[in-house]
Design a protein around this ligand. Sequence first.
Ligand code: ASP
Length: 373
Amino acid sequence: MTKPIKRRDFMRNSAVAGLTLAGTKSSVLQFPNIMVQSGVKPIVISSANGNKFKNGGDMTAVQKAFTMITQGADVLDAVIAGVNIVELDPLDDSVGYGGLPNADGVVQLDSSCMHGPKKRAGAVAALEGVRTPSLVARAVLESTDHHLLVGKGAQSFARNMGFNIEDDLNTDHSRQLWLEWKRRTDPAHYLDPKARAEVWRREGLKMVEEGLVDREHYYGTINCDGINSKGEICGVTTTSGLAWKIPGRVGDSPILGAGLYVDGAVGAAGSTGRGEANLYNLCSFLIVEEMRRGAHPKDAGMEALKRIKANTIEKRLLNSKGNPNFGINFYILNARGQYAGVTMYPGASFAICNESGPQTLACEALLSGKPND
Ligand code: ASP
């Protein structure tokens, strides 16, 4: 017996069929990738820290964002309110207040945000003194004709927009860790710049191995993307960047197409991990374009990881197996509410929140083993 198909179910089933068919070249031509814009189940996806830190409150980032989305808030406002919890929580030393500082002991923050339906974007890089760079990124989106403000200019802009500028965003914890790093690397100041950069990296990673710095926080960031029942998608990425970075170093997080990319009709992708690898390959853009051609979020993410692996050829970045010796993760959501978390090596996780509540799930890995095998 055949049951009558409700319009909503028909659209959902056709969408899934379209996804499967779109795997072949000819079907891409026959079935242009028109995304279903209604009947989507709201969902929020983020890096794992989005379901860990609460800043003394009762909700994690993904819970907060999901709650706001289902209450009808703008999706960008919701995901930013979510990441604000992590930015403000001193316990997450990879984002916002208390983020691990640069080589001079100064916390410099990067953030970007994109609004799918409005097709607008804003970002800040190397911003000092503001605990919530994602809110400054949103102010760039809302109040300027630009997409990216950096350094002192970004700080002046924030001051003019009424943000409180603080002298120092270190916590005792981040300052102690910086002092430890400084103590270990001081003798290295007499090395040539290339050798010094290597020592900085080696000592930093040693502090990770010794458990002084959380592996997730040496590189560490929060990316959070959400979709509401109208199919509206927005995303935000915010970070203190690479621990002990050269002052002024900007990673992938504030760069559109790298740390974040949103196309309201297709989906969103964001990243945590070695920003340089992502900047070189502009993976969030690549992932969204793969989805536009019909790829499932997981397959789109795997394509990006393969691209990174193929373009990583410098010996210092390879392990004994000839594979990348660093971690990188992508968090991906399409306009149908399908999602994936992918990673170079097993061990990374990601967070989601949907009608069943918040969950932390394992990312699918491209390679087996560990970065430093
Ligand atoms: N991707 C960020 C950066 O390179 C850091 C991170 O996610 O760990 O600045």
